[in-house]
Ligand binder design. Structure first.
Ligand code: 5CA
Ligand code: ZN
Length: 409
């Protein structure tokens, strides 16, 4: 699958700091020290509806990870998937009398446009679940042959008991896992399972649903977690730097993915760090396609909202916080963008050397974007109050904001 065009990342003087970030598995802050090519896997959309502010906030967080790494003069190998076959996609298509493939293609195309408008750097590999099926099938066969998976009426389940490290990503107890499994696509009450939370690896073909050749598994379609495992193992192998997504993916998705991969390879860990963004809410509830309480990036763009203002609105919240999207959040961002643009449009200004340092330090400190914005606000305020005579300053501020925050002034 093709991704979307990359916006240019301006070069900055000097070098950024290594990123200290909250790792879900250890529950604390770790300093990431990737090799010359940092490897990032971020879970992509299930394309049955348009990109909402929650998605955008999560991808914005991992865009900052990339920008910090690029600023440390590393390359970034970024992989993202598209879950272009799954129950919600089929359900939505059926409800609208739509073709599921056409729906997935349309929403993925819109996602690419939204990502481009927001200047979120594209993955090097943007990979669909459907195109990955030939890679997924042999992995499921291997798990079954190794005794890590079992059959139930033609469906194949992963046995969580096969991974000694199961539970280490989320740190949850059995009861909490069971509740989340029921909420998030699992089937803990299905009779015959070895452990209620065992997830499906391969679903045997159902009448009226699309299915693919599963070799010895029979015709069917892949489970959700194995999709991301197949794609990450194909491009990275074990021990890549970061797996990311929203906090709703901690369990079961990232827990199960890690266990699938660990059971397959006998190695640990799948990802060195697991990083999760908080949930964006609207009217007091998590923004979600299933609830329908959504603000779409594309709808705001159609209304004429500058995507740079949308991006500043996302950046005004710490990525780990759960927060509420409101009209005020956007209005404040629109006002801030105007203030910053006015400040950099002058031919000179107060020195910006300290500002570059402050923005770098803020982002290296668990991606503290609000602190970075506050630093730029202070420079803009000094510019507005009494200006300055440094002719390089406005340009340096523009490049700093562009390279590290992805906002073009
Ligand atoms: N296709 C799977 C991942 S393999 C999936 O979760 N798709 S999704 O479309 O439901 O979500 C895409 C990304 O947006 C995920 O990282 C998810 O955690 C994140 N996300 C979904 N809703 C929100 C929200 N309200 N706030 C923040 N992030 C969200
Ligand atoms: Zn995923």
């Amino acid at each position: 699958m093709h991704a979307w065009p990359a916006s240019e990342v301006p070069a900055l003087p000097g070098k950024g700091r290594d990123l200290r970030i909250h790792d879900t598995a250890t529950g604390g802050r770790v300093t990431l020290v990737p090799g010359p090519v940092a490897r990032l896997y971020v879970c992509g959309i299930t394309p049955y509806d348009a990109t909402h502010m929650g998605h955008a906030a999560t991808y914005n967080a991992f865009d900052l990870v990339q920008r910090v790494w690029l600023d440390t003069k590393r390359q970034v190998h970024y992989v993202q998937n598209v879950t272009d076959i799954d129950d919600p996609l089929l359900e939505r298509a059926a409800a609208n009398g739509d073709d599921w493939e056409a729906l997935a293609e349309r929403e993925t195309a819109l996602f690419r446009e939204d990502m481009t408008a927001l200047r979120l750097l594209p993955p090097r590999h943007y990979v669909g679940a459907v195109e990955s099926i030939p890679k997924i099938v042999p992995l499921v066969e291997r798990l079954r042959d190794a005794g890590a998976a079992y059959e139930l009426d033609g469906d194949v389940y992963f046995s969580v008991a096969s991974d000694a490290h199961f539970g280490e990503v989320s740190g949850l107890d059995a009861e909490a896992m069971r509740l989340l499994s029921a909420e998030r696509g699992g089937d803990p009450d299905r009779p015959g399972k070895k452990n209620p939370v065992d997830p499906m690896l391969w679903m045997a073909a159902r009448p009226g649903e699309p299915s693919w050749d599963g070799a010895s598994l029979g015709p069917g379609r892949p489970g959700w977690h194995i999709e991301c495992v197949a794609i990450a193992l194909e491009h990275f192998g074990m021990g890549f730097d970061v797996q990311g997504g929203g906090s709703d993916l901690i369990f079961p998705h990232h827990e199960m993915g890690a266990s699938h991969a660990q059971a397959l390879t006998g190695e640990h860990p799948f990802a060195k760090s697991y990083v999760h963004a908080g949930m964006v809410a609207l009217h007091g509830e998590k923004m979600s396609k299933s609830k329908g309480n959504l603000v779409f990036v594309s709808a705001l763009r159609r209304e004429g909202v500058d995507p740079a203002a949308i991006r500043l609105a996302l950046l005004s919240h710490h990525y780990r916080a759960d927060w509420e999207w409101t009209d005020d959040v956007l209005a404040e961002a629109v006002e801030r963008l105007a203030r910053w643009r006015a400040a950099v449009s002058r031919p000179d200004g107060p020195s910006a050397d300290a500002l570059l340092d402050e923005v770098r330090e803020a982002l290296a400190d668990d991606l503290d974007a609000p602190a970075a914005l506050a630093a730029v606000d202070r420079w803009a305020a000094a510019q507005a109050a009494d200006g300055g005579t440094d002719e390089g300053a406005p340009g340096l501020v523009s490049r700093t904001v562009d390279a590290l925050l992805g906002v073009a002034l």
